[in-house]
Structures are given as C-alpha cells and as structure tokens.
Ligand binder design. Structure first.
Ligand code: ADP
Length: 166
C-alpha cells in the first residue's frame, strides 16, 4: 500500500502553538506530514526562510512522521513533486473560510487529484495569529501563551536587536 503523504503549507512567520496544534491533529491522517515553509516574499516575513524552517524543526523534532522543508514554487507543483495527495490547512475563525475555500478550489482546478483537508484548531488557539503575535512581541508583551519558548526567544532577539535602531 502506498504511503499517504500530506503537505501542510504556510508562511509560519512565526510558527505558533496554533500551527503546532494543526500538525499534531494532522498526524492521525498521514504516514508522513511535510511542513512546507513558503518563501512568501510578498509578505515581507520578519524571519527569513531558514529561520522559519529551523524554528519549526525544533518544535516538531519529537514527531517522527514530520519533515520540514522550504519551498518557493507553485504549491501544487511542490505537492506533486513530493508524491503527496493531500494539502492540510488549519481553520480558526469564520473569516479564514473565504480565503481558504477560494484557495482550495483554485488548487483543485490546477490539479483535481489533490485534495485539501481542513482541521479545526483547539478553541484556545482560535485567536492566535502570527500577525498579532509579532505586534505583541514588538511592543514587548508576553507571547508565551501563543508560541513555544524557542520561538518567544527568537522574537525577543529580533525585537531587542532592533530597539537601538528604531
Ligand atoms: P499562509 O501565509 O499560507 O496563510 P500561515 O502561516 O498564516 O500561512 O498559516 C498557515 C495555515 O495555518 C493556514 O491554513 C492557517 O489558516 C493556519 N493557521 C494559522 N494560525 C492558526 C491557528 N492559530 N490555529 C489553526 N490554524 C492556524
């Protein structure tokens, strides 16, 4: 029987407890789950792609089925190259739905054989977004409830380093 490989794509800038929750829920569906870190130059990420890969690697190392990789091509092409058949995405709030629905339908048009599946996050992570976390960290707030200690440390390093120049 062929191995069922899933791809969980995202920008992960930074990686949050909500993302981790989706990965851990997704593990029941796949023999292997590739966390695909998008270059996303259009989003001007705070962390470069190597840092984002490293922070996810640190947080998921204990899960033997998880692999973390950068990618910069069209998602569907990447998924096919990995011989995966399923894209995993997370849903938090109703406002995620429209964008996710549109993206899933576009990806289906590009390749009808690849399915997108959605997992609902734990209620406690529903308000967690990378954008808000960066804003809280920039203003020196406590992000411990939203990110793992390794990510919190990286955020402190980035923003403390910048304080002198801003
Ligand atoms: P993208 O730029 O592709 O939207 P993100 O890193 O923002 O990348 O999100 C990646 C995926 O994780 C998306 O499906 C998003 O809806 C989901 N996600 C983000 N934050 C959470 C969270 N707190 N709980 C569940 N899913 C989340």
């Amino acid at each position: 029987m062929s191995r069922h490989i899933g791809v969980y794509p995202g920008t992960f800038d930074p990686f949050t407890r909500g993302h981790l929750d989706i990965i851990e829920r997704g593990l029941i569906l796949f023999d292997e789950l590739i966390v695909a870190v998008a270059d996303s130059p259009g989003k001007a990420p705070l962390f470069d792609i190597a840092e984002r890969v490293a922070m996810i690697d640190e947080q998921t190392r204990r899960h033997k089925k998880v692999r973390v990789e950068p990618f910069s091509s069209l998602l569907i092409d990447y998924v096919k190259k990995k011989r995966a058949r399923t894209i995993l995405r997370g849903l938090r709030v109703v406002s995620d739905f429209e964008y996710e629905f549109q993206m899933a339908l576009i990806n289906r048009k590009l390749d009808p054989e690849i399915e997108t599946v959605f997992m609902m996050t734990a209620e406690s992570y529903a308000p967690v977004s990378s954008r808000f976390i960066k804003e809280i960290a920039r203003l020196n707030g406590d992000v411990a409830a939203f990110v793992t200690p390794g990510v919190a440390k990286r955020l402190r390093t980035v923003y403390n380093g910048r304080k002198t120049t801003r």
